[in-house]
Design a protein around this ligand. Structure first.
Ligand SMILES: NC(=O)c1ccc[n+]([C@@H]2O[C@H](COP(=O)([O-])OP(=O)(O)OC[C@H]3O[C@@H](n4cnc5c(N)ncnc54)[C@H](O)[C@@H]3O)[C@@H](O)[C@H]2O)c1
Length: 309
């Protein structure tokens, strides 16, 4: 019988790519998602979808029964929106995480991957940022992510679930649910295909580490399979690209007549964030394989298709 993995947020952007990879590797996969953002049609054939909230611990525990690995991705992911909705977000992102961990403990899950974020670093002291970079989140989202990391590591010691924390950097690629708040590449693609002007917050010089979702999914699966318990690992490319540069690449490829414009910076957004991902290479033999110039086509083509063009 195949081993079972449960992915919270498995109908979401990164979760569905992890589900696809696990199915290819022969796992039985359950995607547990409330579909607040994720979509039924993103869940790959062969995976089971359970529609539920992570805070419904009974339903979650039933769905987790027999699972060996849990990937916990369900979260409210908007850094910008979280400034207005932080109490509700903390209920999902922090308390919800504790419930997933408790369900994992109740059901004898062996290993537990937590999808954390570069947002935990906040203010940049040096760059690229390794895992020892000072933690100073500038958004409620980053605070909730870091609190969850610490809860998971401390509770797991008592509960015997082996946790691995991955800090994902800016992820792009197919099947990111469009939202005005998250995913600059998806937002700009949609704007350009609609003939509208993309807006850059601030001067656009801020550097981001854009990483393809398939590299993230592969890194997360390798981390849960191979990393020592309690590892905290960055998953990023190590390459910084400015938001201006991304806007230029997308305009050139989609609609060269439209160029992004600038608007006021938003509070809570971290400064330059580039990963030092050498620990991932050392611990699990992982390295990002896709480069932005070529792999951005996947995001462009997917958004084009979704817009019926
Ligand atoms: N996309 C990125 O660039 C990025 C970067 C760093 C970290 N992350 C983390 O990776 C994880 C996945 O992010 P994503 O980009 O795939 O976002 P996403 O919004 O596409 O996926 C999150 C999923 O969680 C589900 N969800 C939300 N609240 C829920 C609840 N209460 N109960 C059950 N399901 C719920 C949503 O419906 C969605 O399908 C998140 O934890 C996020 O914080 C993402």
């Amino acid at each position: 019988m195949a081993d079972k993995a449960l992915i919270t947020g498995g109908a979401g952007f990164i979760g569905n790519h992890i589900a696809r990879l696990l199915l290819k590797k022969g796992w039985d996969v359950v995607c547990y998602d409330d579909l607040s953002v994720g979509k039924k049609e993103y869940v790959p054939d062969g995976a089971e979808l359970v529609v539920g909230d992570i805070r419904d611990i009974d339903k979650l525990s039933r769905s987790m029964h027999g699972a060996k690995h849990v990937y916990h991705l369900a979260a409210r992911v908007s850094i910008r929106k979280a400034v207005d909705t932080f109490i509700d977000d903390a209920e999902v992102n922090t308390l919800g995480t504790l419930m997933v961990l408790k369900a994992a403990h109740n059901t004898s899950v062996e290993r537990f991957l937590y999808a954390s974020s570069m947002a935990v670093y906040g203010n940049v002291v040096y760059s690229p940022q390794d895992e020892a970079h000072p933690i100073s989140p500038t958004s409620p989202y980053g605070v909730a992510k870091y609190a969850s990391e610490r809860y998971i590591i401390s509770m797991s010691e008592q509960w015997g679930v082996e946790p691995v924390i991955c800090r994902f950097f800016n992820t792009y690629g197919p099947r990111q649910t469009p939202s005005p708040y998250v995913g600059v590449i998806t937002i700009f693609c949609r704007k350009l295909f609609a003939g509208e002007t993309p807006m850059i917050f601030g001067d656009g010089g801020q550097l981001r580490d854009f990483i393809h979702v398939e590299d993230i999914a592969r890194g997360a699966v390798m981390a849960l399979e191979k990393a020592p318990a309690k590892s905290v690992i960055n998953l990023g490319t190590g390459i910084g690209t400015s938001v201006n540069e991304v806007a230029r690449i997308l305009s050139d490829k989609i609609n060269p007549k439209i160029r992004a414009e600038h608007t006021d910076p938003v509070p809570g957004e971290p400064g330059d964030s580039i990963a030092n991902a050498s620990l991932a290479s050392e611990l699990i033999g992982w390295k990002a394989e896709k480069n932005l110039q070529d792999a951005i086509i996947d995001a462009i083509e997917w958004n084009k298709g979704e817009m019926g063009l």
